[in-house]
Design a protein around this ligand. Structure first.
Ligand code: CA
Length: 233
């Protein structure tokens, strides 16, 4: 997922950014309210971790303004734990709420849960052809054998699975899988897709030339469509 971390405490922010990147996410960050709102409105993030007390604009203002334009999932991080605060956050449209100090493992579990909600399924296991994807462990088995995917390959697979049967454009893949620090070489997506097809079976990652890529919908029998593979280097 592409995640925006909004937190003005430097040590906590670094910890969150690093942990989320290690978990395979593309992560941008902001330490100030105006900048955070600008980023949140300008990019289709899959999730925003939003601190409440911030310089510039506070988390409440950011969420209220964001909700007029975008439904991006938001997980509030706050030092205060009062019923009023929780109600206010949820009323403004926050998707979840975590009180500081929190355990990193809990935060990561909630991020995964919000990711599953995005996929419209509470089930952590996804079947794709002969491949079984465990979204908790971020692991893939094919015919019972473990398949080693890089973090980026996994992130692309996860994005394709979040909208099974639909064609996802290269631009969307860039927006959701790479962050501001990534070098946007235009052939990168193709290289990752090519590796994924080799590892999972080329019939599972289909190329729609000039449009993008898709995985078969649930219940659809994957066939080696004639356009599959034409874009593979
Ligand atoms: Ca703060």
């Amino acid at each position: 997922m592409r995640i925006l971390v909004v937190e003005d405490e430097r040590a906590l922010r670094s910890l969150l950014v690093q942990a989320l990147r290690e978990d395979g996410h593309a992560v941008d960050w902001s330490e100030e309210g105006e900048d955070a709102l600008h980023k949140a409105l300008g990019t289709a993030y899959d999730l925003i971790l939003l601190d409440v007390m911030l310089p510039g604009k506070d988390g409440w203002e950011i969420l209220a303004t964001l909700r007029r334009e975008r439904a991006t999932p938001v997980l509030f991080l706050t030092a205060r734990d009062t019923v009023d605060d929780r109600v206010r956050g949820l009323d403004l449209g926050a998707d979840d709420y975590l009180v500081k100090p929190f355990a990193l493992v809990e935060l990561l579990a909630r991020v995964r849960a919000l990711g599953r909600r995005r996929q419209g399924s509470g089930n952590p296991t996804i079947q794709l052809g002969s491949a079984v994807i465990d979204t908790n462990l971020r692991s893939v088995l094919r015919g019972g054998e473990a398949v080693a995917l890089t973090a980026r390959e996994y992130a692309i697979l996860e994005l394709l699975l979040s909208r099974r049967g639909e064609v996802i454009t290269k631009t969307e893949i860039y927006e959701h899988v790479f962050d501001e620090q990534d070098d946007s070489l235009s052939n990168l997506v193709e290289v990752h897709i090519s590796h994924l097809r080799k590892k999972l079976g080329k019939e599972l990652i289909q190329t729609r030339r000039g449009y993008g890529y898709r995985v078969p919908a649930e219940g659809e029998t994957p066939t080696e469509a004639d356009e599959a593979g034409q874009d593979a280097p």
